[in-house]
Design a protein. Structure first.
Length: 154
């Protein structure tokens, strides 16, 4: 997954914060207006959205002469993919995961335990701080496991 530059991240933050999953999306003008703290030209925002579409980060649909944009994935799915990409940078994935596990707070550890239990079919996912269930899924290394690996875990 591609890392985002500062302006791309600001545009994605607008899309993630403003566009609900069921929305038809927003126009370039609406994104530019939401970036009110920055004095950006309309064409700059249009170029950023076009590049994000090219990277697969946003989906767009033609509406008359304009495009409507919406995120291709949730913020959480994007962050999860970044974490998986970081694990692929080299070295020991196991060591990196252990180091990560030791660095999270108790609450974060409980969320991870619940998510792992849910993945194994043991429990329901724990609610997030806002009360919503964890629903975004990223198919990463677990999807590539062999049946022998799963049997060894049981």
């Amino acid at each position: 997954m591609t890392r985002l530059g500062d302006l791309e991240r600001a545009v994605m933050d607008v899309l993630w914060d403003v566009v609900p999953g069921t929305s038809d999306g927003v126009t370039v003008r609406e994104v530019a207006d939401a970036l009110d703290g920055r004095e950006l030209a309309y064409t700059t925002v249009m170029t950023v959205l076009d590049r994000l579409a090219g990277k697969g980060m946003v989906q767009r649909e033609r509406e008359g002469r304009a495009w409507r944009y919406r995120p291709a994935a949730s913020r959480e799915a994007h962050i999860a993919q970044l974490m998986l990409d970081a694990l692929d940078l080299g070295g020991s994935r196991d060591a990196a995961l252990v180091r990560f596990a030791h660095s999270v707070t108790g609450t974060e550890a409980e969320v991870l335990r619940a998510a792992l239990g849910s993945e194994a079919g043991l429990t329901r996912p724990a609610p997030t701080e806002a009360g919503a269930e964890l629903t975004d899924r990223v198919d990463g290394p677990a999807a590539a496991r062999r049946p022998a690996d799963e049997a060894a875990e049981r």
